[in-house]
Design a protein around this ligand. Structure first.
Ligand code: COA
Length: 374
């Protein structure tokens, strides 16, 4: 076997060092800067986790209050960004909308100096939900919404803009928890993309645009939308089991299952599953949660493949009235924290990322001039 086959997809390859996040291995299944995600979900809010990841320590009360106030002040969108969002077609993919939004912001508010990188990260964290929901509401209801709401949290700001009123605390807290769970995950595909771009000493916005592009795919962030489409296809758990077995027989992939690093479970799943159950009860759900549980069980029974963070996150979002096509963009609104922290970590000890390849093409050929070719 060639070296490239052994390391296909860089599986198991250690491609660098990070102090941001530990995935799997001994101790907690997932920790951010040494803090177990279960503790963060129970006791912290998303802004506290954002601060932890990017600044490097848990904020004290005055640091956190100051950070929340700062993020609130950065939610507004320049008119030029609003104009672009209005021109982007209503049927555009919202991940493309965010990618374009970040790109135009990078033109209007370029990162002039790496010394300002934290400000760029804060600006993006604060205004990504504004971009997404401004575009969504403009095209869905013809409204030019005010993106500068008075909600303290990113989750409250998001749901307020989506539904036009401040959210119920259960919904805000549930979204907040999924944002914590999605915030950071070591050298996943989109983060690695961001690090590769940062490693060329390119600008912050370019690294984030690349990361959004990588996250869009169904093998990465796009899985939460595909999971909901699957769950909704079936009208009962029995039908779901039959349908999934058929898909497995046809060698189709079930989105929201499996993971490159985890082998027996994804630690984020139990948190999402519990929230999905609570929200399903609240919404008077008749079959979607039961379908999800049935699919989870049949995947384990048939293939020993477990639900990852995306599977029950889809149900959580559905029951707070979020349209399916906004699921993956929510991932962006969260993972911007992890991407930003990685861009800063990469820059702090930069080395161009440029691996080597096993050449498998033809040997040296004799060049034949075009007029002599048949
Ligand atoms: N449904 C069905 N089979 C799956 C599967 C899934 N979700 N995930 C993995 N498998 C099977 C593969 O078909 C393959 O079987 P084979 O060896 O018989 O060919 C085997 O498990 C290994 O899968 P592979 O895709 O090669 O592993 P990977 O480490 O490259 O991929 C994922 C990891 C996440 C890309 C993969 O599990 C997947 O595609 N999952 C669905 C997408 C998803 O949920 N992504 C979000 C990840 S957080």
């Amino acid at each position: 076997m060639t070296a490239s086959k052994k390391t296909a997809g860089l599986a198991g390859v250690i491609a660098g060092q990070t102090a941001l996040c530990k995935v799997g291995g001994e101790g907690a299944g997932l920790s951010y800067r040494g803090y177990d995600i279960y503790d963060l979900c129970d006791y912290a809010g998303f802004e506290e986790v954002a601060f932890l990841l990017m600044v490097g320590h848990l904020p004290n009360r005055s640091e956190l209050d100051g950070y929340i106030t700062k993020l609130k002040s950065l939610r507004g969108l320049p008119d030029a960004v609003k104009q672009v969002l209005e021109i982007v077609p209503a049927n555009a993919h919202p991940m493309d909308v965010l990618r374009s939004g970040v790109s135009i912001l990078g033109n209007l508010e370029p990162e002039e100096d790496f010394a300002n990188q934290q400000s760029v990260a804060d600006r993006l964290l604060a205004c990504l939900p504004s971009m997404l929901l401004y575009w969504h509401r403009f095209h869905a209801d013809g409204k030019r919404i005010d993106v500068e709401t008075d909600d303290d949290s990113v989750s409250g700001h998001f749901l307020h803009m989506l539904h036009g009123k401040p959210p119920a605390e259960l919904h805000r807290k549930s979204l907040d928890t999924t944002l914590i769970l999605y915030a950071e995950h070591e050298f996943n595909a989109s983060t690695f993309t961001a690090r590769i771009i940062a490693g060329t000493l390119s600008d912050f916005h370019s690294a984030v645009c690349g990361a959004i592009g990588a996250l869009r795919g169904p093998l990465h962030g796009g899985a939460n939308e595909a999971a909901m489409e699957l769950i909704q296809k079936f009208s009962s758990p029995e039908e779901a089991i039959k349908g999934v077995i058929g898909m497995l027989e046809r060698k189709e992939k079930i989105m929201g299952f499996g993971h490159r690093v985890y082998t027996t479970s994804d630690p984020r799943n139990s948190v999402n599953k519990k929230m999905a159950g609570v929200l399903a009860d609240e919404a008077g759900d008749t079959h979607l949660y039961a379908n999800s549980e049935a699919i989870e069980k049949v995947m384990w029974d048939e293939k020993k493949i477990f639900a990852n963070a995306d599977f029950f996150a889809a149900t959580v979002y559905h029951f707070m009235g979020i349209p399916t096509y906004l699921f993956t963009p929510i991932f962006v609104c969260s993972r911007i924290t992890g991407w930003s922290a990685h861009i800063m970590e990469q820059r702090a000890d930069n080395k161009l990322i440029r691996p080597a390849a096993d050449y498998i093409g033809p040997g040296l050929q004799t060049y034949v001039r075009i007029e002599d070719r048949r």
